[in-house]
Design a protein around this ligand. Structure first.
Ligand code: GAR
Length: 194
């Protein structure tokens, strides 16, 4: 059984999808034992507490240069095997990502290599998708390396864009149809060693 930490910043619907997948048996090769948030007000923290999962806040603004060192300390103390970035809005340094090579995975709300990289996060991604006028978008789960959204792809799922979509409606559909499905499936896959 692999030991999983989920890193979050906001609402935590992807964290919830992981908790639900654990309860329903979709994830059975790993267990979420730690949730770390850079934002002390993240609703994701409440979701973790409701599920009985240990939480830690690492506030980047307060910790400054010590931020990654504190993350590493928490991950090592808790003997974490896999790190899942689920709406975690901080870019991690090469020093950090190389320490956990092939052990960090991220969910991104577009079909990489489109609409990704620095500056593409949350609703901005869906706004850019609509501005460009593409007809299909989706979500990608990938390993994390030093290039933002540049690591090896694990799973992708496409989602059709509707003519009356807004960034908000599209975000919701990409989450429901793609992210909440492929993130838990990918976590099981990497924990199983597939
Ligand atoms: C999700 O759509 C996730 O893919 C995205 O932020 C949202 C977090 O929602 N992540 C990024 O944009 C990272 N580049 P959640 O807190 O409800 O899971």
């Amino acid at each position: 059984m692999k030991n999983i930490a989920v890193l979050v910043s906001g609402g935590g619907t992807n964290l919830q999808a992981l908790i639900d997948a654990q309860n329903s048996g979709i994830i059975n090769s790993g267990k979420i034992n730690l949730v770390i948030s850079n934002n002390p007000n993240a609703y994701a923290l409440e979701r973790a507490e409701n599920a009985g999962i240990k939480t830690i806040v690492c506030n980047k603004k307060e910790l400054g240069n010590e931020f990654e060192a504190r993350l590493i300390e928490a991950l090592e103390e808790n003997k974490i095997d896999f790190i899942v970035l689920a709406g975690f809005m901080c870019i991690l340094s090469k020093d950090f990502t190389s320490r956990f090579e092939k052990r960090i995975i991220n969910v991104h709300p577009s079909l990489i290599p489109s609409f990704c990289g620095e500056g593409f996060y949350g609703l901005r991604v869906h706004q850019a998708v609509l501005d460009y006028g593409v007809k299909v978008t989706g979500a990608t789960v990938h390993f994390v390396n030093e290039i933002p959204d540049g690591g090896e792809i694990i799973m992708q799922k496409a989602v059709e864009i509707k003519p009356d979509d807004t960034p908000e409606s599209l975000q919701k559909r990409v989450m429901q149809e793609a992210e909440w499905k492929i993130l838990p499936q990918s976590v099981e896959k990497v924990c199983k060693g597939e």
